[in-house]
Design a protein around this ligand. Structure first.
Ligand SMILES: *[C@@H]1O[C@H](CO)[C@@H](O)[C@H](O)[C@H]1NC(C)=O
Ligand SMILES: *[C@@H]1O[C@H](CO)[C@@H](O)[C@H](O)[C@H]1NC(C)=O
Ligand SMILES: *[C@@H]1O[C@H](CO)[C@@H](O)[C@H](O)[C@H]1NC(C)=O
Length: 402
C-alpha cells in the first residue's frame, strides 16, 4: 500500500515534469505530443529501474506495451483478412472483396519496432494495411519476421526475403490476382531498413531482378556507424525516439553487449578496419546544406573498442554501406523523412546517394514530422500528423502503382 502510493505519487511528479519539457516550436497538437512523449519517457525510466532491480530486461517493458496492441484478423465489408504463413513465416493478408476488371497491385508492408518489438498484429499496422488495401484496391502482405535479441541479424532479413520470394512465385501471384508488374515493398523505421536491404538483395539476384516496381522507406534507419550526425544531436531527447533508447534497443539486432552500447553512445564503437566505409555516410559531404546548420563535422573515433562486431559493417544490416554501383540497379524509390527524428539524416543521405547514382527518387520531408507518427494514426491515440504522413505516402503509391 505504502509502495503503491509512493509509486503513484512519483509517476505523477514525473509526468508533470515531462509534460512541461520543451518540444520543437512548429509541432502540431503540442499537448497531445507532450502527453505521448511523457508516457514514453516514463516507460523508459521504469524500464531502467526494473532492469537495475533485476526484474526484467530494458526492452521487455516496451515489448509488453507493444504486444497489448495486438489484434485478431477481422474481415470487414471491403477486405478479407487472413493470418497464414508463407515459407513457414507468419503473414497477414488483406484481400479486397470487390470485383476487379484487372489484376491488382500488391504492397508488401514490413512493420517497424526497432527489430525487437512490433508485429503486423498491432492495431496501428493492421489499420494502415487495411486502409491501404481498400484505398488502392491492392493485395497487402504483412510478414512477421523473427525479432532480436533472441534472433539477431540476419534473422529478420532472411524471413522477409523468404516471404517475398514465396509471394513472387507465378502461381501465388495468380492465386491472389496480383499483377506481377505492380508490386512494391514498403516499411517504416526498422521496417524501412529491412525494405532497403531486401530490395538491394533481390535486385542483385538474377532470378528476382526487376520484380519489385518500387521501394518505400518511411523514416528509415540506414546505418549504424556514425551516431553523431546533426539529426542525432538535435533530437537527442526525442520527441518520442530518444538517442539513448534507440541505441539501447535497436542495436540489439546487431549485437548484445553493454560495453558496446556505451561505446555507441560515445560514437567510438567502430574498428580501424571500417575506415573505408565512412565515405558512404559522411554527412559533411552528403547532407544538403540546409540540414548541416551550424554543426561541425567530427570524425567517429575508430579502434577504441577491443571487440569487433561484423554486423555493423555489413550492408545487409545497414544498407547505406553499399557502393554507388550497387545503388545504380535499384528501382523507383520513395523516401519520407521527418525533421524531428534522429534517423532523419540516414534518410536524407540515402536520397542524395540514390540520386547521385541515377535512381529516380521522390523525397517528402515533413517539416513538423516526428519519428513514429505513422503508428499514431489510429484511435484512441492519433495525431493529425500521422494521418498526414499516411495520406502523403499513399497518394504517391496510388499514382505510382497504376
Ligand atoms: C468500405 O469502403 C468504403 C468505400 O471506400 C468506405 O466508405 C467504407 O468506410 C469502408 N468500410 C470499412 C469498414 O472500412
Ligand atoms: C568527411 O568529409 C569531410 C569533408 O569532405 C572530410 O574533411 C572528412 O575527412 C571526411 N571524413 C571521413 C571519415 O571520411
Ligand atoms: C584486446 O585485444 C587483444 C588483441 O585482439 C587481445 O589479445 C586482448 O586479450 C584483448 N583484451 C581484452 C581486455 O579484451
Amino acid at each position: 500500500m505504502g509502495y503503491k502510493t509512493l509509486f503513484f505519487g512519483l509517476s505523477c511528479i514525473l509526468f508533470a515534469h515531462y509534460i512541461y519539457m520543451p518540444i520543437p516550436e512548429n509541432i502540431e497538437e503540442p499537448w497531445k505530443v507532450r502527453m505521448i512523449d511523457a508516457v514514453i519517457k516514463i516507460t523508459s525510466l521504469l524500464a531502467t529501474l526494473f532492469e537495475n532491480m533485476g526484474l526484467m530486461k530494458f526492452e521487455d517493458l516496451f515489448i509488453i506495451l507493444m504486444r497489448i496492441q495486438n489484434t485478431e484478423p477481422v474481415s470487414d465489408e471491403n477486405i478479407t483478412v487472413i493470418d497464414t504463413d508463407f515459407s513457414d513465416i507468419p503473414v497477414r493478408l488483406y484481400l479486397p472483396k470487390r470485383k476487379s476488371e484487372r489484376q491488382r497491385p500488391a504492397v508488401i508492408y514490413i512493420h517497424g519496432g526497432a527489430f525487437v518489438t512490433g508485429s503486423f498484429k498491432m492495431l496501428p499496422y493492421d489499420s494502415i494495411n487495411r486502409y491501404t488495401a481498400n484505398k488502392l484496391d491492392a493485395v497487402v502482405v504483412a510478414p512477421d519476421y523473427r525479432l532480436a535479441p533472441k534472433y539477431p541479424f540476419p534473422a529478420a532479413l532472411e524471413d522477409c526475403v523468404l516471404v517475398i520470394k514465396f509471394f513472387l512465385q507465378d502461381k501465388v501471384l495468380e492465386k491472389y490476382g496480383v499483377d506481377p508488374s505492380r508490386i512494391c515493398i514498403s516499411g517504416d523505421s526498422s521496417g524501412g531498413t529491412l525494405v532497403a536491404a531486401v530490395t538491394q538483395e533481390l535486385q542483385d539476384d538474377p532470378e528476382y531482378k526487376n520484380k519489385i516496381k518500387a521501394q518505400i522507406l518511411l523514416y528509415p534507419g540506414l546505418q549504424a556507424i556514425d551516431t553523431s550526425m546533426p539529426s542525432y544531436r538535435e533530437n537527442e531527447h526525442g520527441p518520442f525516439l530518444s538517442r539513448k533508447v534507440a541505441i539501447k534497443v535497436t542495436y540489439l539486432y546487431l549485437a548484445e553487449d553493454e560495453e558496446l552500447v556505451n561505446a555507441i553512445l560515445r560514437n567510438e564503437h567502430m574498428p580501424e578496419e571500417s575506415r573505408h566505409l565512412f565515405k558512404f555516410v559522411n554527412w559533411s559531404d552528403l547532407l544538403p546544406e540546409k540540414y548541416k546548420k551550424n554543426h561541425v563535422y567530427t570524425e567517429p573515433v575508430l579502434g577504441k573498442l577491443n571487440a569487433s562486431y561484423p554486423a555493423f559493417m555489413n550492408s545487409k544490416a545497414t544498407p547505406l554501406l553499399v557502393s554507388d554501383s550497387q545503388l545504380q540497379i535499384l528501382p523507383l524509390t520513395y523516401i519520407l523523412t521527418c525533421e524531428h527524428d534522429i534517423l532523419r539524416d540516414d534518410g536524407l543521405i540515402y536520397v542524395t546517394r540514390l540520386r547521385n547514382a541515377g535512381v529516380p527518387v521522390t523525397h517528402d520531408h515533413i517539416e513538423d514530422g516526428i519519428h513514429g507518427a505513422l503508428s499514431l494514426a489510429t484511435a484512441p491515440i492519433y495525431l493529425r500528423l500521422g494521418l498526414r504522413i499516411r495520406d502523403k505516402y499513399l497518394s504517391w503509391l496510388e499514382e505510382n502503382l497504376q
